[in-house]
Design a protein around this ligand. Structure first.
Ligand code: NAD
Ligand code: GLY
Length: 368
């Protein structure tokens, strides 16, 4: 790892919709290689937290390729991953007569990326967009693979579309301004890649967690590169989640219930996923698929990343019942039956249903 080059490129193979994920230092380096015809205009979508730090710089870089560069500012936060924010984008594009020669640039975390992607998927039945993720979570997961969505009060990410970006630009230096809690949230999505597919990477994380938490650039560059490599390989095989891709949702069934149950934004996405991974691992153990040592190892790594290992109580009267109710509103559910991503031996994930009574026991054991 000491020799790992900080800047790398990962290709995601999807025929005519293939694209590169650039891990680099500075947006400009990542923009290299994209050629836009004359007449194309760029519209940067960002939010009021990211804009003061990075918008001016990105615009100055884009002006080297586009004669017309504008921006749209959304309110910050998971609570604004909503129809209202999406409408702000549509209104801007319509009022400014933006046509199909418009390229949207999503500058920000997963919230901005998911909303902008959905706007790009639907405006004029689809326009091009570039992901410029500025959180660790977005660099290792949400900006890659073309899942776009907004939340509905009744369920997370329930309204959306698959729409691939034409490029992903992960600027390592942007992570230096990320609050610690957000960095930890991103580490949850980093950790998930180990148990589902790559225990060698998991062991690397056990060695390097201190460096990652301290935002060491070389360690972050390798982690981002490896996560993107794993995700690119999965998405290239199963773009629209007809099977394999579901394993990327390890911890998410419980995690989404936590996010929705607490109210969007109270628990960060990665925090819900972290506690959710412990629950899913414990469910796997109770089904005889992994041993206690594995659950403890995973729990310890999550703890070292500064993440919660217990879920919150969502309803004092019937906590497990409330979790179950929320988990039934999940895209992996079939006919009301919840299907969990479980670990069938470290490094191998499967999608499986489990008896409600067992899930209740796990929730009772794993919430504080
Ligand atoms: P986020 O977008 O809310 O960003 C976290 C916070 O950090 C925000 O306040 C943001 O404004 C701020 N921020 C962003 N970059 C910054 C920087 N460089 N410096 C300082 N502050 C910065 O949250 P997130 O964790 O990036 O993304 C979570 C979202 O991603 C959730 O909505 C989740 O559902 C979604 N997601 C989507 C996918 C997918 O495949 N599409 C995968 C995983 C998660
Ligand atoms: N984050 C899960 C997926 O992209 O499929």
């Amino acid at each position: 790892m000491a020799d790992f080059h900080k800047y790398s490129s990962v290709e995601i193979f999807l025929g005519g919709r293939s694209y590169d994920i650039e891990v680099c230092d500075g947006f400009l380096k990542g923009l290299r290689g994209i050629v836009f015809k004359d007449g194309f205009r760029a519209v940067v979508v960002t939010n009021d937290v990211v804009a003061p730090i990075y918008l001016e710089f990105l615009i100055s870089q884009l002006k080297l390729s586009f004669s017309n560069v504008d921006s749209i500012l959304l309110p910050d936060g998971e609570i604004h991953k909503s129809w209202d924010s999406l409408n702000l984008i549509y209104e801007y594009l319509l009022e400014n007569h933006c046509d199909r020669q418009t390229v949207l640039f999503a500058l920000g975390g997963g919230v901005v990326g998911d909303i902008t992607g959905f706007a790009a998927a639907t405006y004029m039945r689809g326009i091009q967009f570039v992901q410029v993720p500025t959180t660790l979570l977005a660099q290792v997961d949400s900006s890659v693979g073309g899942k776009t969505a907004i939340n509905h009060p009744l369920g997370k990410n329930m309204i959306g579309a698959f729409h691939q970006p034409i490029k992903v630009i992960c600027d390592l230096s942007s992570l230096q301004t990320l609050p610690k809690r957000e960095l930890s949230s991103g580490l949850a999505e980093v950790i998930k890649y180990g148990p589902i597919l790559d225990m060698h990477f998991f062991r690397w994380l056990e060695c390097e967690m201190g460096e990652l938490v301290a935002t060491d650039r070389t360690a972050l560059a390798y982690a981002i590169h490896r996560c993107c490599e794993i995700k690119a390989s999965i998405v290239s095989q199963d773009e629209k989640e007809s099977g394999l891709r579901a394993i990327l949702n390890f911890g998410h069934t419980f995690g989404h219930a936590i996010e929705a149950g607490m109210g969007y934004g109270v628990w960060l996405h990665g925090e819900g996923v972290a506690a959710g991974m412990v629950m899913a691992a414990e469910l796997s153990r109770r089904l005889g698929m992994v041993d206690e040592a594995f659950v403890k190892r995973l729990t310890k790594l999550i703890e070292r990343a500064g993440l919660p290992t217990k879920g919150p109580v969502l309803d004092a009267a019937d906590n497990a019942g409330r979790y179950l109710e929320l988990m039934r509103v999940d895209k992996k559910s079939e006919g009301g039956e919840i299907r969990f991503v479980l670990i069938d031996g470290p490094g191998k994930a499967v999608l499986r249903a489990a008896p409600d009574a067992l899930v209740r026991e796990v929730i009772d054991a794993c919430c504080a």
